[in-house]
Design a binder for this molecule. Structure first.
Ligand SMILES: [Zn+2]
Length: 299
C-alpha cells in the first residue's frame, strides 16, 4: 500500500529535526520553498522541482506543472495575491502533489497539464481525493502534530489568540492553524468562515460532531445568527475576547463564541466552544467515526 500523506511528510520532518534541531520552530517556520527544491532534488535527481514562481494566476491559487523536456523538470507557481502564510501553505500543497501524485501526469490524461488547485482545494482539501491528500501533506509538513500538541494540548481550550500565535509559529494563515487544531482536539468546538453574515463553511471537531453539533453549509446558504459576533457591529477587539451565548442562539445549548473580524481579508473566522461533554448523539445505524469522515469529506 502507498504511504499515507502524513507519513511522507513525516520523513521530511524527521530529516529537518535532525538537521535543524527539535526546537527549530522557535527560530522560525519551515522554509518550504528551500525544502521543496532541495528535497525533490535528493529523491528525484532527474526530475526535481526546478522553479517556484510568484505570478498572477486566474481562478486558482497554485499549480504544479511539468516541463516539456525529458527527463521532466517541474515548477510550482502560486498566485501573487496571497498573504505570506497562505503562500507557504500553497507551495506545501503543490509540493505534496509532487511527492504523492506526479506520476499521474503520465498516467491520467486529466493531469497531463499538471495540477491546478483552487482556494477551497488548498485550504480544506475540497475536490478529488488527491486534494485532501495534498492538504494533509501540507498540514503535516508545516505544522507537525507533536510540536503543535506541545503548544496546544488537546484538552486545553484554544482561543483565537492562541491559534494566532500558532499561525505565527508555523508561518501559516490563522485559518490553516485553526483547522489543524480542529483536526486533533478532544474539545467540542466548531470553526466557521463567513462573509457578510453568511457562512462559507463550518468544520466541527470529532467530539462536537459526535454530540450532534454541526452545521450543513455545503449546498445551503447558512445565515449567521443575528446575535453572533460576526453579524454584530462591535469592535474587532471585543469580538476576539468573545462572549457566552445562551442556548438557542446557535444550538440548544450555550456556547462560548469568539470571532476574528478584520477588513483586511474580507471574511470573519468564528470559533464556538461548547461546555462539558454534551448530549450523546448517534446518527441512525452509523459508526459515528465513519459518519464524521464522510461529513468532513463531502462538506
Ligand atoms: Zn491541489
Amino acid at each position: 500500500m502507498a504511504k499515507s500523506p502524513a507519513a511522507v511528510a513525516n520523513n521530511i520532518t524527521l530529516l529537518l529535526n535532525a538537521v535543524l534541531g527539535q526546537d527549530r520552530f522557535s527560530r522560525g517556520p519551515v522554509d518550504v520553498e528551500a525544502v521543496a527544491r532541495e528535497y525533490s532534488r535528493q529523491i528525484a535527481p532527474d526530475g526535481f522541482i526546478e522553479d517556484i514562481i510568484r505570478t498572477d494566476l486566474d481562478g486558482c491559487e497554485g499549480v504544479l506543472v511539468p516541463g516539456d523536456s525529458r527527463p521532466r523538470k517541474w515548477a510550482i507557481m502560486y498566485d501573487a495575491k496571497q498573504s505570506p502564510g497562505r503562500r507557504a501553505y500553497t507551495v506545501a500543497h503543490e509540493f505534496g502533489h509532487f511527492m504523492l501524485h506526479r506520476q499521474m501526469v503520465d498516467e491520467d490524461a486529466d493531469f497531463s497539464g499538471g495540477f491546478h488547485c483552487s482556494k477551497d482545494a488548498i485550504e480544506r482539501g475540497v475536490g478529488r481525493n488527491i486534494e485532501k491528500e495534498a492538504d494533509e501533506f501540507a498540514a503535516s509538513l508545516l505544522m507537525p502534530l507533536d510540536d503543535f500538541r506541545r503548544h496546544l494540548p488537546s484538552e486545553r481550550l484554544a482561543t483565537i489568540e492562541r491559534l494566532g500565535e500558532a499561525a505565527t509559529r508555523y508561518g501559516v494563515s490563522l485559518t490553516a492553524a485553526a483547522l489543524r487544531w480542529i483536526g486533533y482536539t478532544n474539545a467540542r468546538a466548531i470553526l466557521i468562515s463567513s462573509t457578510d453574515g453568511f457562512a462559507h463553511w463550518a468544520v466541527p471537531t470529532r467530539a462536537a460532531y459526535r454530540t450532534g453539533r454541526f452545521m450543513r453549509t455545503r449546498n445551503e446558504l447558512y445565515e449567521m445568527p443575528s446575535a453572533s459576533l460576526a453579524a454584530r457591529d462591535i469592535s474587532p477587539k471585543e469580538a476576539l475576547l468573545g462572549v457566552r451565548q445562551n442556548a438557542g442562539v446557535w444550538f440548544p445549548e450555550a456556547v462560548y463564541e469568539m470571532c476574528m473580524k478584520t477588513d483586511r481579508y474580507g471574511f470573519e473566522l468564528t470559533l464556538l466552544h461548547f461546555e462539558g461533554n454534551g448530549p450523546s448523539f448517534q446518527s441512525e445505524g452509523d459508526d459515528p467515526e465513519d459518519a464524521y469522515d464522510r461529513f468532513a469529506r463531502e462538506r
